[in-house]
Design a protein around this ligand. Structure first.
Ligand code: ADP
Length: 237
């Protein structure tokens, strides 16, 4: 089958904090329908990569091209309208609004044609029972699901998931893995940052291993874990 055109291409991305290079020439791409994992030790630049791609930070060098157009340094709300959205390690819903109202806000903000309905999102992400409760009442797993529905309400073509699985129990992990794969099957490109390697193995097609803001490996996770330079950075060698 012909190679798909990447929806996102990141090249030689640099992000500095003071004199420290959190990203130091990172390049990779993702194609529609693909689930790409970003893995690497703490501090290797995974979240910074998500923050730059989603417009939270402007890069200090390199390029981000989304759907054929430059996206580096473009504000988050503009990128949401162009089709990039994300979840956060620590979700920050409007705590006094109900779950339903939080999703309504995201639907209004995204303004996407063909966006999923509130009923569908509540059902798909197990939030029906708590739909009319304030977001402050949700447990951490439910807050993560609400954060995900908020992102999906804007109908992204590129979805960035930052530690979505952290804190979920094994049954929830299995279930959410299925949901993420179903989203990718619709053609959505998905980038996941996770520490849980079993989860990464279950859902990703390919991983990029980062160390010190650079790629040190690209391929399947099964191959990555046999590479000496990957083993070394994970063992802190
Ligand atoms: P990872 O997600 O792989 O754990 P991060 O991207 O969060 O790594 O962080 C990479 C490095 O950049 C870390 O050393 C971190 O302390 C630093 N860093 C990230 N964000 C900031 C920031 N806003 N200000 C200063 N340093 C930061």
């Amino acid at each position: 089958s012909p190679e798909k055109t990447p929806i996102l291409e990141v090249s030689k991305l640099v992000k500095r904090f003071g004199g420290f290079h959190a990203l130091d020439g990172l390049s990779f791409h993702v194609v529609p329908g693909e689930i790409l994992g970003l893995v690497g030790p703490n501090g290797s630049g995974k979240t910074t990569a998500i923050n730059v791609i989603s417009g939270l930070y402007a890069p200090d060098g390199g390029e981000v091209v989304f759907d054929g157009a430059s996206a580096g340094g473009v504000a988050s709300h503009k990128l949401v309208h162009r089709g990039i959205n994300r979840t956060f390690q620590v979700p920050k819903p409007f705590l006094s609004l109900t779950v339903r109202e939080n999703i309504q806000v995201a639907l209004a903000y995204g303004g996407a044609t063909g966006a999923p309905s509130i009923a569908e999102l509540l059902e798909d992400f197990r939030l029906k029972e708590v739909a009319d409760r304030p977001a402050a009442d949700l447990n951490s797993a439910q807050q993560k699901m609400l954060d995900l529905t908020r992102a999906l309400a804007t109908r992204p073509r590129l979805l960035l998931l930052d530690e979505l699985a952290a804190g979920l129990n094994p049954a929830e992990l299995d279930w959410i893995a299925g949901r993420i794969k179903a989203l990718a099957a619709t053609g959505m490109a998905i980038i996941v940052v996770e520490h849980l390697m079993g989860f990464i193995e279950q859902i990703t097609d390919r991983v990029i291993v980062l160390n010190a803001g650079r790629e040190i490996f690209e391929g399947t996770l099964a191959t990555a874990v046999r590479e000496p330079q990957v083993i070394e950075v994970f063992l802190g060698g």
